[in-house]
Design a protein. Structure first.
Ligand code: SAH
Length: 435
């Protein structure tokens, strides 16, 4: 989501005032940091980044510094108190107002803060995308109304707000015309998507997926993040459509019902397993990835063992796991955190080793198979190689001509590395090149 928001900041600033992106902060007129406050560590990084930029501003006082995103939304004036050299503070819902905010900061020569929540105004004010690649993010909803006890999102991004379906489809039509082949629908809780179309008919995520699938040029569809509670049957049915990537990221957080209850996740492990079982009736070989929090207040060894056991039962693919981080204005922050840091670290390692083993097993089993790969760019390490992603979200590197960038090709997987795969173009794809 932050990546998408950052792209939109660049688009809005280019369209309104001709700003171009630069990788060199010393040569910039404007320095923006888009922040995340999901865990404390991410939040602390903001201030170390600002510390580095302060030195640049001391040399060049004309430079403007802006802080956007969820830390800005959470801290507001706290940012300019701690870092008085910051000129603009804006939240995730006000990034489209950046041009005005910069003007105001110029005129008034003091910090400008706008962290309000003007519902859908942002989406109505986005310019069309400029530089597209083979795969693109598109926001469909924002915020979350689930109020999980550990999570800061409802406080920073606000409650669930869905974009109009027509607006989403227009954006994807435009991207498809510019060459995008894969769409990743974004939201804090995409399966809570609910909006009325212009004929006043309710559109849910499963309906939206059909509309996206009908767009010419779009051949692969992903979405992130979804919630097990609203992982409804119609969404499972959507996987009958082969354009849906053979991959699902469905955060479970814990394998213990007791902890799930304390987390206020509103489902039990059984529900999660039932959803996966049903999905696998349609897609037996789908890769399932997840998010886990270890060391939630009160987590016992037994609770943690239940999480490990769930990993075995589901056979999760590459997943994300985190040590619980206490966040302001959340219910869990009031709970007594009795798990010591050492134990949390050990549990995290144990969980990660288990998940990585699973992921490696899945990668190994791919060796010798032919995979459909969407080529996104040249490989970073080797100029003559291309890199793209399989349906189950693995990067594959292989030899091939630049002219194939942006295309789907068949690749024979030859080797599984810890974080990527190696392969070679299958003969079908090679003959397509020579034509
Ligand atoms: N909408 C998703 C959450 C996405 S946030 C859901 O409801 O499942 C990405 C991940 O960050 C979460 O899935 C969770 O695993 C992790 N996370 C969120 N808050 C956290 C916290 N306070 N401490 C540690 N990890 C957290």
């Amino acid at each position: 989501m932050n990546e998408y928001d950052s792209e939109k900041m660049a688009d809005v600033l280019y369209e309104s005032q001709g700003y171009e992106l630069t990788d060199d902060p010393e040569s910039a007129d404007l320095l923006l940091v888009n922040t995340c406050s999901i865990r404390e560590k991410a939040q602390e990084k903001v201030f170390s980044q600002l510390g580095r930029w302060r030195k640049i501003k001391e040399k060049n006082p004309n430079i403007k510094i802006g802080v956007g995103g969820c830390v800005a939304s959470q801290e507001g004036e706290g940012i300019t108190k701690r870092a008085p050299f910051v000129d603009i503070v804006f939240g995730p819902q006000t990034l489209h107002r950046l041009p005005e905010l910069i003007d105001t900061a110029d005129r008034e020569a003091k910090a400008v803060i706008d962290i309000s929540f003007p519902k859908v105004e942002k989406f109505n004010n986005f310019p069309k995308a400029r530089d597209v690649q083979a795969s693109a993010f598109v926001s469909i909803m924002e915020g979350c109304s689930k109020i999980c006890s550990f999570c800061v999102v409802p406080a920073t991004r606000g409650h669930e707000v869905s974009r109009l379906p027509e607006q989403i489809i227009d954006e994807i039509n435009d991207l498809a015309m510019k060459g995008v082949r894969e769409i990743n629908l974004l939201g804090q809780n995409v399966n809570a998507y609910l909006a009325k179309n212009k004929n006043n008919i309710r559109v849910r995520l499963a309906d939206l997926l059909k509309l996206v699938s009908a767009i010419e040029g779009i051949e692969r569809i992903r979405y992130t993040t979804s919630h097990p509670l609203q992982f409804t049957d119609d969404l499972i049915e959507a996987y009958k459509d082969r354009k849906m990537a053979n991959y699902l990221h469905l955060p479970v957080q814990s394998g213990s019902d007791r902890i799930l209850k304390l987390m206020r996740r509103k489902y039990k492990v059984e529900r999660y397993l039932d959803r996966i079982k049903k999905l696998r009736l349609i897609r037996p070989d789908i890769s399932i990835s997840s998010d886990f929090i270890v060391g939630f207040p009160g987590e016992t060894r037994e609770d943690f063992e239940a999480t490990l056991s769930l990993v075995d039962q589901v056979g999760f693919d590459q997943s994300f796991s985190f040590i619980y981080s206490q966040r302001p204005n959340t219910k869990a922050a009031e709970m007594f955190d009795d798990v010591d840091h050492e134990t949390k670290l050990k549990r995290l390692q144990q969980l990660q080793i288990k998940i990585n083993k699973n992921a490696k097993k899945i990668s190994d089993a791919m060796v010798g198979t032919i995979q459909t790969v969407l080529i996104e760019k040249k490989s970073k390490k080797n100029e003559n190689q291309l890199t793209g992603r399989t349906e189950n979200n693995r990067w594959v590197n292989f030899d091939g001509p630049d002219s194939l960038i942006g295309e789907f090709v068949d690749v024979i997987i030859t080797e599984a590395m810890p974080n990527s795969l190696r392969g070679r173009l299958a003969s079908k794809s090679i003959s397509a090149v020579s034509i």
